[in-house]
Design a protein around this ligand. Structure first.
Ligand code: MN
Length: 242
């Protein structure tokens, strides 16, 4: 019996060496990892697959090694890394999934998604999301030079830091009617998502809603399906790891 891991919201960047180390440690500890699901915001920003940085190269190499070892990797876009594209997927051996996919977990159909679309009370964000997910907008951005895109990402990043957007208190939580609606439309009794940075397991009228955790400088999170059990776990990040 193999293991399936679900992770999200690592927000990897050049300033997250402990998170990067924790990811490698988590992956190396797995002797029977069959499937790895990354449910969005793996990277803090992704300005295009042509942005070849040492961090990106290290992550791609690790994921490629995990794939080559027989693990299927699936990626869902987050609101920060929604431009992860087919070149990244090819280089890592990962499969890009639509942001609402039904898979089987512990023998039951389970809906997986990043989770930002559940936050319907944040109308300002939903408007911005609609713009940034417009294929024309994406194409236009990707036609800019890397320097231009980097400057754009930096400006978003500065604005985001000023608003402390990664603090759970500043992220609008999911709308429970929307949760109910998407779960019943998908015909599932289990939902797994990230985004809200409020790791927990909730019993709802539609079934169980499992919220993955965001990785901080001290703590990493994962949901593990193994030997008929499903456990939401946190672990202390190593400060150095090779
Ligand atoms: Mn997010």
């Amino acid at each position: 019996m193999g293991t399936t891991l679900f992770i999200s919201d690592l927000h990897l960047s050049d300033s997250t060496p402990a998170i990067e180390a924790g990811l490698y440690q988590l992956l190396d500890q797995q002797s029977t990892l069959d499937r790895l699901y990354v449910l969005g915001d793996f990277f803090e920003y992704w300005i295009g697959d042509d942005d070849d940085t040492p961090l990106h190269r290290r992550i791609i190499d690790r994921l490629a090694a995990v794939s080559a070892g027989g693990c299927d990797i699936f990626l869902v876009h987050g609101n920060r890394d929604f431009m992860l594209g087919t070149n990244f997927a090819q280089a890592t051996g990962a499969t890009l999934l639509e942001d609402t996919t039904v898979i089987e977990v512990l023998g039951k159909p389970t809906l997986i998604m990043h989770g930002d679309t559940l936050c319907t009370d944040d109308t300002e964000y939903q408007k911005l999301r609609a713009v940034m997910h417009d294929p024309v907008w994406k194409t236009n951005i990707l036609q800019q030079s890397l320097d231009e895109r980097r400057a754009f990402a930096e400006s978003l990043r500065t604005a985001s830091k000023e608003k402390a957007e990664n603090d759970p208190g500043n992220i609008v939580d999911v709308n429970l009617d929307e949760v109910q609606a998407v779960m019943s439309a998908a015909g599932v009794s289990r939902l797994i998502h990230g985004h809200t940075h409020r790791p927990d397991r909730h019993q709802t009228p539609a079934g169980e809603r499992i919220v993955l955790g965001d990785w901080t400088s001290q703590l990493g999170w994962y949901l593990e399906e193994t030997q008929g059990t499903l456990r939401l776990q946190s672990f202390e990040l190593p400060q150095t790891y090779v």
